[in-house]
Structures are given as C-alpha cells and as structure tokens.
Design a protein around this ligand. Sequence first.
Ligand code: CA
Length: 227
Amino acid sequence: MRVLVVEDDVQLAAQLQAALGEAGFAVDVEHDGREAAFAGSVEPYDAAVLDLGLPGEDGVSVLREWREAGRHWPVLVLTARNRWSDKVASFNAGADDYLTKPFMMEEVVLRLRAMLRRSAGSGAGVLQAGELAYEVGAGRFLWQGRALQLTAQEHKILAYLMHHSGELVTRTQISEHVYARDLDPDSNTIDVLIGRIRRKLGQPQVIRTERGQGFRLVAPEGAASTE
Ligand code: CA
C-alpha cells in the first residue's frame, strides 16, 4: 500500500519514511503544503499521514483540497498542537484519525493499518481469500494456517491484492500502489514477483491471471477441506 507522508520537519519525515517502509508501505514524502496538495490530487495513494503546520499551505487546507478532488483514502493527521479547534477543523475537512506529537512510530504504523483495514471493510482485522488469511494489524500472512514467508516486495503485492480481493487489479495499479514515486518497475518485474508468490502458495491457486488485463485474487471454489 502506498502512503504519502506530509511533514515539514525533515528529520521526522525521514523517521516516518523509514518506519513505514520497514512496515511494508511504499512511501512518498512531501515537506511543503502546496506540493502535498498537488501530489495527493494526482497520485493514486492508499492513505496519507499529514502534519497540520506546514509551509506553503496548512494541513487542513491540503486535506480539504484532496477531498474536493475526490480523494477519499484515509488520512491520519499529525500535529504538535493539541488544540480542540484544530481537531474539529481537521475532522470537518475529512480526517480519519488524529495523533498528537510526540508519538511512537509504532503507533503511526498501527493506526495506519487500522484505517486501511476499516476502509477495506474488515472490522475483524483479518482479510480472507480461501485458505489465505492476512492479519492486517500484525502485517502477517497465513496460508492454510501456517505463516507465509515472503520478501518485502512479494508482501507488498500480496497485501494490495488482499485489500482488493475479488477485484481485477491491473499491472499499472500494482506498480502505482506498491512502489514509491521514484521507483517504476516494468510489468515483467511484477509478473516475476506474482509467479514467486504463486509458487510459495501452491495449490489451490488463489491468484488468477486475467489475460491482457491483470490479476484477480479469488477464493477457489470447492477448496479442499480437511474436516
Ligand atoms: Ca510542522
């Protein structure tokens, strides 16, 4: 899942980028409000972490612009200010959650995952496709009840497919949502990674190829049951 981090404190932005990257997110960073408003309006993000006090344009205005541009992905607002009026303003502008500085990096990761889980419609915190389960909070995959060992890139692709289970997902969508802005994989790379994930999963196969279009994660019909 691809996340935009908007934070003018360069050191804090780098810490957020590192922590979220380690947690399996593809991360783009903006330090300026106007740049952030533009990036969020044109790039296909899955979520954003947004500071309120920014040069160029304040965070509440940035958020309002994203929402007006039809961007409805979840937004976690960060701020040093702990004023009730700021909270009200950011929730009114469309924020999904709020965190006051200073905070633990782990909490940002947990809240981001919780927001993405809610937007994928899973209150229970586990996304399921046949015998494949994704524990969103822990960021862990289980296949037929056993933990699945994936590389970082494989993990990102499978997590994106799980959040869009049953839907057609194109190679373009994968390259836009799994990779940060400066990384642009060719479609062959994606096919190679999908092939590796399939080999790790084995049978019954849950990733279907839609010829000429992309991929679809499906719960196979008549999946073997040991009961
Ligand atoms: Ca700031």
